[in-house]
Design a binder for this molecule. Sequence first.
Ligand SMILES: [Zn+2]
Length: 390
Amino acid sequence: MKQDPFDIIANGRVLLPDGETAAVDLRIQQGLIVEIAPRLKGKKTLDAAGDYVLPGFVDLHCHGMGFCSLEKGSLAEWAALEAQQGATRFFPTLFGPPENLIELMQQHLRETDQLKATPQVGGFRLESPYLAQTGAGRGEDLAPILPELTDRLLIAGGGHIRIWDLSPELPGAVETIARLSGQGVVCSLAHTRATIEQARAAVDAGLRLVTHLFDTFAVPEMIDPGVYPAGLVDYLLVEDRVTCEIIADGTHVHPLLVEKALRCKGPKGVAFVTDSNYGAGLPPGDYRLPAGWGEARIRDRNNGVRLIARGLVLAGSALTPLNCFQNAVQLFGKSLAVASRLCSANPARLLGLNAGEVALGRNADLVMLDADLNLKTTIVAGRGVFGVYE
Ligand SMILES: [Zn+2]
């Protein structure tokens, strides 16, 4: 954005880290929040006019929005769509054969000058290839864990791979998790039929995230009739070292299970994600999606993106980061403070971002929402990227 950044955001109802909203103004310098107090004066003021001022949303798992993804369109176009949906940081997620991942990461790093041109992009996430099962993907998207392939992917990512999905039961998983975690890559347990012991070994090695809990997890079999079986999901729900991400549309995960996860993990142990596909953010209708996805139907934003030629099977969510936040409050009945943790503070903390809460020294990555939680403005490092900010 070309215009000068704001130095004051005034007249907002600001959500503070204690979970309360307060009538305070924010002073911003060099992209950081440097003062929080009533009636501040500065050079360029943004009048929030009584709207909520909240931390911007952080989406850890997303494959596309509108007609944009890593396969189609530019990261800059995708980031502009994310800004319209309140995301101040997102992690474009790759799923495909290893050679495609390498090519796509290199292409986007070239186009964005190593992501410097797209500050909303926190880095890449690799969902394939180190998975035991594909979920909605294809066999050619998967590969055995090999140190040489790990090296090639890391080099292609140029230090920008921030999240890496793995199935703990694959040979070499534990060593790879230890190696990647040691380099600051967040490893995520994904698409797996691992035993509880295999999963615990992965957590011991440094794994700290769970990919779309409940989706792609098997229901444990009753082996001893009359004895209720404990499975992998039960372990993850009580393992305090991992954050569980949940696709927050109420369709991928029933609201009862969302509530169960929140009660087990506490409000700090869950992150809402979109796992959005092409089509996310579009109004209800039938769409021809690019990259071989064919015709898809969106009934409403909480019903997913569904493939018409394949019996309306789910092919990812139609959610946007704003929808996740709205659902946290309006569908799952959580307070603004809890919703903000799920959509901002928890994912930011896990990725080590200086963001996710409105506090001194944090990035001025903010959203403004009206009383009905409609998005008015998105601000990244003090600069308006969407909305009324002149
Ligand atoms: Zn995904």
